[in-house]
Design a protein. Sequence first.
Length: 170
Amino acid sequence: MPIIESFSVDHTKMKAPAVRLSKIMTTPKGDSIKIFDLRFCQPNRAMMPEKGLHTMEHLLATFFPQHLEPSKGEVIDISPMGCRTGFYVSVVGDPTEDDIVAAWKASMYSINAVKDLKEVPGINKYQCGSYQFHSLAEAHAIATAVLSVGIGVNFNEDLKIDDTLIKNQN
């Protein structure tokens, strides 16, 4: 079975908060799509609380596209990781890791400026599948933690997994 990209990097070496260019794809028409890993928490050591992650998802989807310089790219999707340690951001265009860091940082400030859960887009039974499962306080704590530590960059070549580690786990 082919290995997916995320499983080809050693999560024990990842730094967080940090951005990583996960994958580059080219559409049939020649457009570049870049997928970035926004690692909020150190894998296997911490994870975002569920309600805060959900609220962060709504707020990131709102603010991140606003803070990414339009000439650099357009956000296609922002999706939380099932492990609750980060998000994937898919962008059409050619942003650099520094462009993504700047948009992420600005988004954290914007998230911390939201004062009431009623201001969070899409929190109602018509637009959200779990509209009562949110916490603005937890989202603020996540954003504050990112800003207090600062956002670094992870590079795939530094995270290349040693296949013998995997074989020894089975």
